[in-house]
Design a protein around this ligand. Structure first.
Ligand code: IMP
Ligand code: MG
Length: 183
């Protein structure tokens, strides 16, 4: 496998990710209750993961793309979550699953979950491909987690650093000199 020169090491390769995505889809299907299903994709990080995930869900579902950001270019959460939930208007009473790439401080998911419930969506679950192992202040925990990883900055498979590396088909740890030189 050809590995990008800015990647220190590959954490999860394509095959491992694919297998786990299929398992996550099966977990979601096991909870099917006949209500209309809506996948809310947190853009842009959740994009690659969600497109693989929803192709493993052979049920009637709708997809909405939600513009969300909390990093604003760096490698640490800014602590401020910006979002637009307009695409979710009109989905009252449905089963919504928010799909994101990674659960870090948890602030993004907690903020969005609360806002979606306020909108009147029936139930809100969340699904993340990655969850960082760390202490958190938030009360929310994703219902579906692909992998728990160490608390280090990763890119690929939708995850970016300054909008780069989203297209890598694997998840890897970025060489620290790539961001220490520019921040
Ligand atoms: P949280 O609000 O701290 O949970 O941050 C979640 C968001 O931060 C995710 O949607 C990602 O966009 C971004 N993020 C957190 N950790 C990483 C990382 O290691 N690489 C790339 N993006 C990350
Ligand atoms: Mg994100």
């Amino acid at each position: 496998m050809l590995v990008h020169q800015d990647i220190e090491r590959v954490l999860l390769d394509e095959e491992v990710i694919k297998h786990r995505v299929e398992e996550l889809a099966a977990e979601m299907l096991a909870k099917e209750d006949g209500r209309p299903l809506v996948l809310g994709i947190l853009m842009k990080g959740g994009l690659v993961f969600a497109t693989d995930l929803f192709r493993c869900l052979p049920v009637r579902l709708e997809i909405e793309c939600l513009n969300v950001s909390s990093y604003h270019g760096g490698t640490e959460s800014s602590g401020e979550v910006r979002f637009d939930l307009e695409p979710l208007e009109g989905h009252e009473g449905k089963r919504l699953i928010l799909v994101d790439d990674i659960f870090d401080t948890g602030l993004t998911m907690e903020t969005l979950k609360r806002a979606c419930l306020e909108l009147g969506v029936g139930t809100v679950e969340s699904c993340v491909l990655l969850k960082k192992k760390k202490e958190r202040e938030v009360a929310v925990n994703p219902e579906y987690v692909g992998f728990t990883i160490a608390d280090e900055f990763v890119v690929g498979y939708g995850l970016d650093y300054a909008e780069k590396y989203r297209n890598l088909p694997y998840i890897g740890v970025l060489k620290s000199e790539v961001y220490t030189c520019c921040e």
